[in-house]
Design a protein around this ligand. Structure first.
Ligand code: EPU
Length: 432
């Protein structure tokens, strides 16, 4: 077991390079099984969600090779239509359910165990199932296994009742080789949806409209291999933007697409931070900032991302006045508030709303990462707090942040990842 130990109070300075996008990579890795030819995927982030996804592909018979530190080659020629994807690995991440769409798209049948992922309350998959059924598949869930099969998949119109990234991805994967035209209405518009569409088109698919709320997919007979480079991670970039701001730092965040970060930049500016957009960088200068309150409402893209909500909450604990965060994507994404309260934050949560009263500062404490982005927020809290913060359960953070300790250390943070001895099991004391 490992934990982070942070000696807080240092301003971040310098520059940091952003890695490839986790949520694009996990969808694109699944999409690579739509062809029996080799896909070469560059700018792959070195994070545990990606390595688990790659291991699942190997386990079902794909040839998966890391050819250099950020390039993965996948050849799914030997994946069998009869494959069952078991639960030891699928339950470790959400994106494992993209194999349902990809296997269904290629073989017209899929048997995949239910996915895992961060706990934010109930995470239904009704919109995925609706999309598969409209394409012509029979879908049932038995013993936590999703079984989907079809004689043939036929293009259809799918209206998503909620804006969902996962169901948009899964229907795209299932529809690329369906007969005729599929139209996804009220589709998710996140940058990783556009990246997946570009990857599929590089494989010979005909996907148009990704990035708007209507995606049109004209089915093709066959897909082929390709070489593709993944976009930079919007949420990793946003996390460093907020970390730089909260520590009154001066940081260049490089290898980003500033357009993807507009909602985050806008909120930082509203809080009193200087943000400069370059072609492929963002410069955060908060050396003289006095943080002021603001309200944040999470929304699907291009709104403020829910995956930046916990990190932003840390900055708002340091802003003068009362800020309100409304979480409109997930039912329960404020579990981390208990940890921030241990560090001196004043936050009241009522359902999907958190009311934050700015405080003078935070103080170090032993805390834990409740999930991936909550964990990132705890790191930012540790960086700004006076004294020492120890963060347990950092495996959550490693799911989505490549070399976080190294990147923060290069920016001047005092953070270390240390081994923690496994807890000693209590043994019964027996008399004489
Ligand atoms: N929803 C339904 N029915 C469905 C699917 C979703 O009601 O069939 C609801 C969900 O309950 C939620 C909303 O729709 O209230 C949005 O869920 P979505 O499907 O968009 O979420 P997801 O695909 O499971 C992805 C990211 C999450 C991110 C959300 C929202 C991946 C692998 N995960 O999850 O990322 O929070 O979109 O943007 O892409 C993270 O990276 O830390 C993370 C949790």
């Amino acid at each position: 077991m490992e934990k982070f130990v942070i000696h807080g109070g240092k301003s971040l300075r310098g520059e940091v390079n952003i890695s490839g996008a986790k949520n694009a990579a996990v969808a694109i890795i699944a999409a690579a099984i739509l062809t029996d030819e080799t896909c070469r995927i560059e700018n792959i982030p070195n994070i545990s969600d990606v390595s688990i996804m790659a291991r699942i592909l190997s386990q079902i018979g794909a040839d998966v090779k890391m050819v250099n530190k950020d390039t993965l080659e996948i050849n799914a020629g030997k994946v069998s239509p009869m494959v069952t994807v078991p639960d030891e690995m699928t339950k470790q991440l959400r994106a494992s359910y993209y194999l349902i769409g990809a296997l269904l798209g290629r073989f017209k049948c899929a048997r995949v165990s239910m996915p895992g992922g961060c706990y934010f309350g109930v995470r239904p998959i009704d919109q995925h199932i609706k999309g598969f059924e409209l394409l012509g598949a029979d879908v049932n869930i038995e013993n936590a296994m999703v079984n989907a099969s079809a004689k043939r998949l036929t293009g259809c119109s799918v209206y998503m009742d909620v804006v969902t990234v996962g169901a948009t991805v899964n229907v795209m994967l299932a529809a690329v080789m369906a007969r005729g035209l599929t139209i996804i209405e009220n589709a998710a518009k996140e940058p990783h949806i556009v990246d997946l569409a570009n990857f599929l088109n590089s494989m010979g698919a005909d996907v148009r409209g990704a990035g708007t709320d209507v995606i049109k997919i004209r089915g093709v007979e066959k897909l082929h291999g390709c070489t593709y480079s993944i976009i930079p991670d919007q949420i990793e970039a946003g996390t460093y933007m907020v970390a730089a701001a909260a520590t009154h730092g001066d940081v260049y965040i490089r290898n980003v697409i500033p357009k993807h970060l507009e909602s985050i930049s806008a909120k930082l500016v509203e809080c009193g931070v200087n943000v400069e957009d370059g072609d492929d960088y963002i410069h955060i200068d908060a050396t003289k900032s006095k943080f002021v309150r603001c309200n944040v409402k999470t929304m699907p893209h291009p709104g403020f991302p829910t995956d930046m909500q916990p990190q932003m909450a840390v900055l708002l604990t340091l802003a003068s006045g009362t800020s309100i965060i409304s979480e409109s994507v997930w039912e329960n994404r404020f579990r981390y508030v208990e940890q921030l309260t241990r560090m001196g934050a004043t936050i009241q949560v009522d359902g999907k709303v958190a009311v934050i009263e700015g405080v003078k500062g935070l103080t170090g404490a032993p805390i834990k990462a409740d999930d991936l982005r909550a964990g990132a927020a705890m790191v930012i809290a540790g960086l700004v707090a006076s004294g020492v913060t120890e963060i347990d359960d950092i495996y959550h953070i490693e799911r989505g942040y490549e070399m976080m300790v190294e990147k923060l250390t290069a920016l001047g943070a005092d953070i270390a990842c240390v081994d923690v001895p496994a807890p000693v099991k209590a043994t019964a004391i027996t008399a004489g």
